[in-house]
Design a protein around this ligand. Structure first.
Ligand code: DP6
Length: 349
């Protein structure tokens, strides 16, 4: 027999960024972060996990290519899940698995991303969230989403936020072992569904400095990171929660843009400095800033992760349509810019 579970998980985009760990192994951050999870039909990972007595070892395929499972992060997640596995019985199929048997059973995992891996579109977030969720279903875990998020966190920090839809906060926690470093939902998918997300794929090439090594270097060398984590983010988290609760787009956009810019300032403050954005990214920022100023209040928020791709959040569908038209006019893909395409990350327009 073979027992199988398939799950689909969208990626999430941080509007208050996670940058820096206080514990590298457990993946414990130096500050809280807040993100928005995209709709499941765009930028998602689909993962099928299977278990069978005939499997002789654990194996995984990512986009049809077999990958190694020896990495510490994967092994930590799998161990946490196996430890919490529960009895399972399917009388119709005659399958009975006791808690203690899960350790002896091997898993096969097939995972697909519908977007470029490691292009700064947070594929590890969707990937680990989906992996943990599907394995947890397969092994019949009783844990709730927040508890599962603390397992996904050990795969990749940002993954913990993809266990929920809507707006999500990753609480940094205080416990040394990380038991209270987990994600909670701030507002569900329906709460603020006017927002439309457009991603300008400035480059789909693999980034030069991974988030993991980039944030390690920032923790070791950037004084601005210390100031940001202690003084800036705690206040911004409170303000951002309020903006989301009240659907206050002006505050939301101001906070998201400022936080993205400070995160990239921390990267510049790192020694040696890390450059994630390029000229096209900077031109997009200037363009959005000018537009927002000419309207008298923000219409579009921008945010950039560890890569040059611009994530833009329009306040409603009308603005999103205008934004896309203007972007296509001023920043046409495949022209003299290094822009490849635009992706609609949320409700289509
Ligand atoms: C810039 O979650 O990819 O996207 O925990 O080392 O796997 P690891 O890093 P990762 O970092 C994401 C950083 C970010 C900001 C964010 O998503 O909050």
């Amino acid at each position: 027999w073979v027992l199988m579970v398939t799950a689909q998980t969208p990626t999430n985009i941080a509007v208050i960024k996670y940058w820096g760990k206080r514990d590298e192994t457990l993946i414990l951050p130096v500050n809280d972060s807040i993100s928005v999870t995209l709709d499941p039909d765009h930028l998602c990972t689909t993962t099928t996990v299977a278990v069978s007595p005939s499997f002789v070892n654990d194996r995984m395929w990512l986009n049809d290519k077999e990958i190694s499972l020896s990495g510490r992060r994967f092994q930590n997640c799998l161990r946490e899940i196996r430890n919490r596995a529960c009895d399972f019985e399917d009388k119709q199929k005659g399958i009975k698995i006791e808690k203690k048997d899960w350790e002896k059973l091997h898993v096969h995992i097939a995972s697909y991303n519908n977007f470029p891996t490691a292009a700064g579109l947070a594929s590890s977030a969707a990937g680990f969230a989906c992996l943990v969720f599907s394995l947890a279903k397969l092994m019949n875990l009783r844990e709730d989403q927040s508890q599962l998020s603390a397992i996904a966190r050990q795969g990749s920090g940002s993954a913990c936020r993809s266990l929920f839809g809507g707006f999500v906060k990753w609480i940094m926690g205080k416990d040394e072992k990380g038991s209270d470093s987990l994600a909670v939902q701030l507002a569900d998918e329906e709460h603020w569904n006017d927002l439309v997300i457009i991603i300008a794929v400035v480059s789909s090439r693999q980034k030069e400095t991974s988030s993991t090594s980039g944030m390690r270097e920032s923790v070791e060398t950037s004084l601005l990171l210390q100031h940001r984590a202690k003084e800036v983010v705690p206040k911004r988290i409170v303000q951002m929660e309020k903006a989301i609760k009240n659907r206050d787009f002006s505050s939301f956009a101001q906070l998201a843009c400022a936080d993205s810019n400070q995160f990239h300032a921390v990267c510049l403050d790192t020694s040696p400095p890390i450059f994630y954005m390029n000229d096209t990214s900077h031109r997009i920022i200037s363009y959005v800033e000018k537009w927002n100023r000419s309207e008298g209040s923000p219409q579009v928020a921008y945010t950039f992760d560890a890569g040059p791709n611009a994530v833009m959040i329009a306040r409603n569908r009308k603005v999103a349509t205008q934004l896309l038209q203007r972007l296509l006019f001023f920043f046409p893909p495949n022209s003299d810019t290094d822009l490849n395409s635009y992706v609609l990350g949320d409700k289509s327009i």
